[in-house]
Design a protein around this ligand. Structure first.
Ligand code: ADP
Ligand code: MG
Length: 269
């Protein structure tokens, strides 16, 4: 069986700027592929290619074994590749259920909504959210009253309901505290358990490692590998992300700086 997504040696230039090079990645159904890298590493550029906002300038992009070249996000969505952005496309004062169905016109084929049956729509939202482990008592509640983690979960549930095969999440935990991040990580696992291929973008190896099956590491636009979980430890992952040699240098400099301050010189007890 082919992978849902396979990316081979992809590169992207913006004019003279080479933003991405040598990126390889695999996304399988029922797995989480994490894309890791520091700020500016090229993570957003990479997923914008997967999501159809940009085209690669080199390399191959295959969906279920077929080479694709998307010219718009609509093309990607038609192949079941849905993206949840950090600044969610939601209207805070609008109800949860209206936000949930707002994207409906963007989907094709899966579950057409010929007539908007309001009570059915509300019931569906409550059911779908409950499948994700969230208890929505009042679907009329404005989406803006939900926590950041819960809003992410509405967006995830919506993508799942409208038939996404691949769910791309761009830094869903970066603006959240520890507890809310935990909530989002739980939905990532939930979506994976329901058979989706999840692409989870983060700069935090602590968030990635527990939920990830595969790890794609970017450093300054360069792909540094596509590892299965058994092939890499969390420490190796962090080192690669930061660029191993640079990190060692930084560590040595820090140690020198700390030694110079004398803060670690303690008198014997
Ligand atoms: N539209 C663009 N035009 C020119 N350069 C861009 C554009 N988008 C991103 N870049 C450059 O590509 C690099 C990677 O950015 P980005 O993909 O946003 O990284 P990340 O999401 O990992 O923080 C950055 O150096 C950025 O300046
Ligand atoms: Mg980004």
């Amino acid at each position: 069986m082919s992978a849902l997504i396979e990316v081979r040696d992809i590169g992207k230039s913006y004019g003279n700027i080479l933003a991405l090079r040598g990126v390889n990645a695999t996304v399988n159904a029922g797995e989480v592929t994490c894309v890791l890298g520091d700020n500016g590493a090229g993570k957003s550029t990479f997923i914008k290619i997967l999501a159809g906002f940009h085209q690669q300038t080199s390399g191959q992009y295959l969906v279920e074994g077929q080479p694709v070249k998307f010219v718009s996000p609509r093309d990607a969505l038609d192949k079941g590749i849905a993206t949840v952005y950090q600044d969610l496309a939601m209207i805070p004062l609008m109800s949860i259920w209206r936000n949930f169905f707002m994207g409906a016109e963007l989907t094709k084929g899966s579950k057409p909504f010929r007539r908007l049956d309001v009570s059915q729509a509300k019931k569906t939202v409550v059911e779908e959210m409950s499948k994700m482990g969230i208890d929505i008592r009042d679907p009329e509640q404005p989406v803006g009253t939900l926590s950041g983690g819960e809003r992410q979960s509405v967006a995830i549930a919506r993508a799942v309901y409208f038939g996404a095969k691949v769910l791309i999440l761009d830094e869903p935990t970066s603006a959240l505290g520890v507890k809310q991040s935990g909530v989002v990580l739980k939905y990532i696992v939930e979506a994976r358990n329901r058979g989706l291929g999840v692409i989870f973008i983060t700069h935090n190896p602590q968030h990635a490692y527990p939920v990830g099956d595969r790890f794609v590491i970017l450093n300054r636009g360069q792909g540094l590998g596509n590892f299965a979980k058994g092939e890499i430890t969390i420490d190796e992952l962090s080192q690669l992300m930061a660029g191993g040699a640079e990190l060692k240098e930084l560590q040595a400099e820090l140690e020198q700086a700390i030694a110079a301050t004398g803060v670690n010189d303690r008198a014997a007890p």
